[in-house]
Design a protein around this ligand. Sequence first.
Ligand SMILES: NC(=O)c1ccc[n+]([C@@H]2O[C@H](COP(=O)([O-])OP(=O)(O)OC[C@H]3O[C@@H](n4cnc5c(N)ncnc54)[C@H](OP(=O)(O)O)[C@@H]3O)[C@@H](O)[C@H]2O)c1
Length: 270
Amino acid sequence: MSLYDLSDYKYIGSDRVFAIGLGTYNIKSYDKAFDAFIYAITQGVNLIDTAEMYDSGRAEEFVGQIVKHVGRSSVFITTKILPSRLVDRDQVLKAAHESLRRLGVSSVDLILIHWPNENMSITEQVRNFEVVYEYGLARYIGVSNFDLAQLREAIEATRKAEIVVNQVHYSVLTRHYVEKELLPYCVEKGITLQAYTPLERGSVVVNPIIVKVARKYSKTPIQVALNYLISHKSVVAIPKSENINHVQEILSSAGWRLKVEDLEYIKKYA
Ligand SMILES: NC(=O)c1ccc[n+]([C@@H]2O[C@H](COP(=O)([O-])OP(=O)(O)OC[C@H]3O[C@@H](n4cnc5c(N)ncnc54)[C@H](OP(=O)(O)O)[C@@H]3O)[C@@H](O)[C@H]2O)c1
């Protein structure tokens, strides 16, 4: 089975999203970020990733401002709750309501467990977490930073909703575990893999193999690094940028494809 994919659109559950969304971790200037995000949305980006943890809720408020500006239906909102909230259903509901208040919406499209709570079984935490779906606070649920065993257990634990996403660290430089273990399983189960830190915080630009491939295509290393990720089935990349020029560069990562021989070359040497 080929793991490659030519489409610039991916499915999360039955929703179609652009293969590149935007993250909101560590925004330094919300004013600058506002312009960059609005620009991205006008160019077709429709997924924004945030979390209650980011800037102690300020990032969610920022996403709320964006959504107010462009309209609720223009953004597929993903947020995440902290593992410490999973201890019981009331705590989960409280966390979700707090996020919704900051976001200024009545429900999010997707809510994730930010990372597994190591003090509880996966089954117990997932069953508590499902309350967000039962109460209509999120259209979909998912997980983040779950390894293969944890993801399997999470899927088996669900009773009310399905896990539609596992959001993990995945980039051209951090890819072995994902490609060997997680991604084939996600493809098999119809789970979307969201690639976080896909630019390695900008350091992909100095990788000689990525630079070499970029030259061959007259693209930038950032564009090759993201194109590599979205060339894989079921992968949505969520880079962060608050800089409109960087967003422009990011957007041109889609609309073309690296050849399979170059994807394989990157896998072998980068
Ligand atoms: N689930 C999790 O545990 C988890 C963990 C980490 C991240 N995330 C999510 O994934 C998102 C992305 O990951 P990340 O923020 O860790 O790292 P990243 O996207 O790999 O890198 C972001 C950094 O790259 C810079 N950058 C963006 N575009 C660039 C370009 N064209 N040229 C040069 N530099 C560029 C950004 O600066 P500028 O803003 O100045 O452009 C920023 O400093 C986060 O924002 C967050 O939403 C989730």
